[in-house]
Design a protein around this ligand. Sequence first.
Ligand SMILES: [Zn+2]
Ligand SMILES: [Zn+2]
Length: 329
Amino acid sequence: MTSEVIRCTECRTEIAPGLLSCPSCARLVHSAELTDLARQAEDAQRNGNWTRALTAWRQAVQYLPPGTRQRDAAEAKVRELSGRVDTGGGKKSEPWWKRASALGPVGIVAALLGKAKFLLLGFTKMGTLLSFMAGLSVYWALWGWKFALCFLLSIYVHEMGHVAALQRFGIPATAPTFIPGFGAFVRLKQHPATDREDARVGLAGPVWGLGAALFALALYAATGNPLWAGVARAGAWLNLFNLIPIWQLDGSRGIRSLNRLQIWMLALLTAAMWMVTEDGMLVLVALVMAFRASTKRESPEPDWSGFIEFAGLIVTLSLLCLIPLPTKP
Ligand SMILES: [Zn+2]
Ligand SMILES: [Zn+2]
């Protein structure tokens, strides 16, 4: 511990640790960092790199005292840039596959461990968990550690989807704590600035998780090994579970940017998919969705790209639950 006293560079008043401005003359404690961040943001914006500009502005917000005009202005800037990142305005940054291949597998894992986030929360408290565990134990008994490993990998991919979205929006997060078999626990250090941002980050996990399930399905088609059918189906199931719009689950974030009509449409779509697949998880998703639709405070602008993303996830993940499972390997 250091006992060094910080004094205002302007009026020499002693400044308690944690304060963002001088209590006497209101000079900003981190003015040097803020100047630097402003320059970074300006450079990034000139190059059309909205993600980097957004990241710099988010850091600036943390240095500005709440309730000040500068803070309000910085937050407004964050919202504006977030919208640009969302709509892909000024697509000058490299496409993701180029960036991913530049990182390499080690880099991707490092990025994952360094920046990942989110837990499959509420997992411990639900009857669904029990049915899910029952299903899971069947696969486990059938295919043993190989299944466990591949399933865990598909959860990693889901988490990486959140990581990628967080990085895209420059949202700082704590390092993750992985819970073997179930997911990862990460806390955001800053709230998403807009409902759409929150929705994109939330749905990015299931989108990547869907990718992992489709990959497993392709391997099943290529090899005929029932292990891959099990991985695809269990992965689809887990991602559907995460789309239940409750607590901190991804689905709850996903509906944040939607209006009531859109959430009702999702509830009906889910019910329709249940009639097709008869998967019990969909009943749960549909019921909670209908509840959320009826209690939602109306939001002004319907977010149609968010709606299409959510609807697409429900349809494709439900269809993946139709994969027939051989009873004996
Ligand atoms: Zn001062
Ligand atoms: Zn997730």
